[in-house]
Design a binder for this molecule. Structure first.
Ligand code: IMP
Length: 429
C-alpha cells in the first residue's frame, strides 16, 4: 500500500500526530499538504514529547523524507524554532524539504489576523491568530510571497515594496496601527532565506519518485474536514482544504497517475472543537468538563480550552461522504473510561423534523439538536489493552456501534498517548 492519505475527520485535534508518528515508521516520505502553524501535533516518542506545528512528525525517523508542500502556509519564525527544538534532541533535519511554492506567513498576516478578529467582535471566528487566513487571502489575491522568493532576494525587495503599499494603508487607515517598515521586513526575509536555504526545494518530483520505487508515502492533512473552507461550517472554518482532495493540490500529485491506496480518517471517540461555530453535541455540564480534564483538551497551539461533546455520527457520515475513508483510527477511547454512560448522536432534530444529513449552512446547524443513543460505559481503565477482544465488552459494543453508524471500520484504536498504547485491528500496510 504505497500511497496513504491521513485526514482529520471532525473539527481537528483528533490525534493525527500520534497516528502519523506510528505509521511513519514504515514510510519513506511524509508530506504535509495544507494549513499552517494553526495546526499543532503533540508527539510522544522515545526522543521525548514534542509540539509540532509545521514539521511533519516523520522527522523522528531518519529514513523518512519530510515535505512541507505547496499547499501549506509557512511561518518562517515558527518553522525555525521547531527545527531548533528537534535538532536539540539530536534529530537530523537534513531530510526536511520545503516547497518553493509554499506561501509565507508574513508579519503583516499575523497582525491582520489579530486585528480582523478583534474587529469582528461577537462574530469572531476564534482563529488561532497565526496569520493563516490572511496568508491564504494573499495567495488567492496574488499578493503572496512564496518560500522560493527567499532565494531570489534581489527581486524580493521590489515585490515587498509593492505588497506593503497595499498593506500599510489598511493597517494605518482601517485599523489605526503604525505602518510596517519595508527595510525591517526585507532584512528579516534575508535572514530567513539564509537559514532556510538548505531545506528549500522543488518538492514536486519527490513523491512520484518514491511511488515509482514502490516506497510508502504518507500525505498528512492538518485540522479536520469539518473546518474545510468549502465543506466545513462556513464561515467558522479554516482557509484551506484539509480534505483528501486537498492532498493532491497541496502536493502537486496527479490522482490519475497515482491513485490512493488507503485513506485513513483520524477520529476522536467523542467530539471537540476550538473556536466559534456550531457544534450540536457540545456538552455544557459536568461531563463536558470531565472529558476536557481527562483528555487534557486544551489547544496545543493556543492553549484554549476545547469545547467537548458526544460523538456526532451525522457529522462523521458527512465527512466520510466527502473523503471516502478506507478506515478510521479511533483515538482517545481511554478518555471515556470513567463515564457510566456514553452517548452517540445518530440524527438531528430541527423544527420538529428529523435530519439524517449534515446541513450545509452553519445557521441551520446551529438550530439542530442532537438525537442520542445511550450506551453503558465500561468504567475501567483500558490503556494497557492491545487486542480488540481484550477491551471491556461495553467498549467493544461502543466501537462496533460507531462502525455501524458510520459504515467504516475502526482499523486502529488508540488507548493512550504513547506509541505502544495502540490496538491495531487491521494493518493498513
Ligand atoms: P485559523 O485556521 O487560525 O484561521 O482558524 C479558523 C478556525 O479553525 C478556528 O475555529 C480555529 O480554532 C480552527 N483551527 C485552526 N487550526 C486548527 C487545528 O489544528 N485544530 C483545531 N482547530 C483548528
Amino acid at each position: 500500500m504505497p500511497l496513504i492519505i491521513v485526514v482529520g475527520v471532525q473539527w481537528g485535534d483528533e490525534g493525527k500526530g500520534k497516528v502519523i508518528d506510528l505509521l511513519a515508521e514504515n514510510a519513506k516520505v511524509v508530506a504535509r499538504f495544507s494549513g499552517g502553524a494553526n495546526a499543532g501535533h503533540t508527539v510522544c516518542n522515545p526522543h521525548g514529547k514534542f509540539k509540532l506545528h509545521l514539521v511533519p512528525s516523520g522527522i523522528f525517523y531518519p529514513h523518512a523524507t519530510c515535505i512541507i508542500g505547496n499547499g501549506v502556509v509557512v511561518s518562517p519564525t515558527i518553522l525555525l524554532e521547531e527545527i531548533d527544538q528537534v535538532r536539540a534532541k539530536g534529530i537530523d533535519c537534513s531530510k526536511l524539504k520545503i516547497s518553493t511554492r509554499a506561501h509565507l506567513v508574513m508579519p503583516y498576516h499575523v497582525l491582520l489576523d489579530q486585528l480582523e478578529e478583534e474587529s469582528r467582535g461577537s462574530k469572531a471566528i476564534g482563529t488561532t491568530r497565526n496569520g493563516v487566513g490572511p496568508a491564504y487571502m494573499d495567495k488567492a489575491a496574488r499578493l503572496g510571497i512564496r518560500v522560493g522568493d527567499l532565494l531570489q532576494i534581489n527581486e524580493l525587495l521590489d515585490r515587498l515594496r509593492f505588497v506593503l503599499e497595499q498593506k500599510n494603508p489598511i493597517l494605518t487607515k482601517v485599523y489605526g496601527t503604525p505602518p510596517l517598515s519595508l527595510n525591517e521586513i526585507y532584512e528579516q526575509c534575508c535572514w530567513f532565506g539564509e537559514k532556510l536555504a538548505p531545506f528549500i526545494a522543488d518538492t514536486t518530483p519527490l513523491i512520484p519518485g518514491a511511488l515509482e520505487k514502490g516506497e510508502i508515502v504518507l500525505m498528512e492533512g492538518a485540522q479536520g474536514a469539518l473546518l474545510d473552507i468549502d465543506f466545513g461550517t462556513y464561515p467558522y472554518v479554516t482557509s484551506s482544504s484539509p480534505v483528501v482532495a486537498g492532498a493532491f493540490v497541496g502536493l502537486g500529485l496527479s490522482p490519475a497517475r497515482y491513485p490512493i491506496d488507503y485513506v485513513l480518517g483520524i477520529l476522536k471517540a467523542y467530539t471537540t472543537r476550538v473556536g466559534s461555530g456550531p457544534m450540536p453535541t457540545e456538552i455544557h455540564d459536568e461531563t463536558g468538563r470531565l472529558i476536557r480534564e481527562q483528555g487534557n483538551e486544551y489547544g496545543s497551539t493556543t492553549g484554549r480550552p476545547r469545547r467537548c461533546g458526544w460523538f456526532d455520527a451525522v457529522a462523521v457520515r458527512f465527512s466520510h461522504a466527502i473523503n471516502g475513508f478506507s478506515g478510521f483510527a479511533l483515538t482517545r477511547l481511554d478518555v471515556l473510561d470513567t463515564l457510566s454512560e456514553v452517548k452517540i448522536c445518530t440524527a438531528y432534530k430541527i423544527d420538529g423534523d428529523t435530519l439524517h444529513d449534515f446541513p450545509s449552512s452553519a445557521a441551520l446547524l446551529e438550530k439542530c439538536t442532537p438525537v442520542y443513543e445511550v450506551m453503558p460505559g465500561w468504567q475501567t481503565p483500558i490503556s494497557h489493552v492491545r487486542r480488540f477482544t481484550d477491551l471491556p465488552k461495553a467498549a467493544q459494543a461502543y466501537v462496533t456501534r460507531l462502525e455501524e453508524l458510520t459504515s467504516c471500520p475502526m482499523d486502529i484504536i488508540s488507548v493512550g498517548p504513547e506509541r505502544e498504547e495502540t490496538i491495531t485491528v487491521r494493518s493498513i500496510f
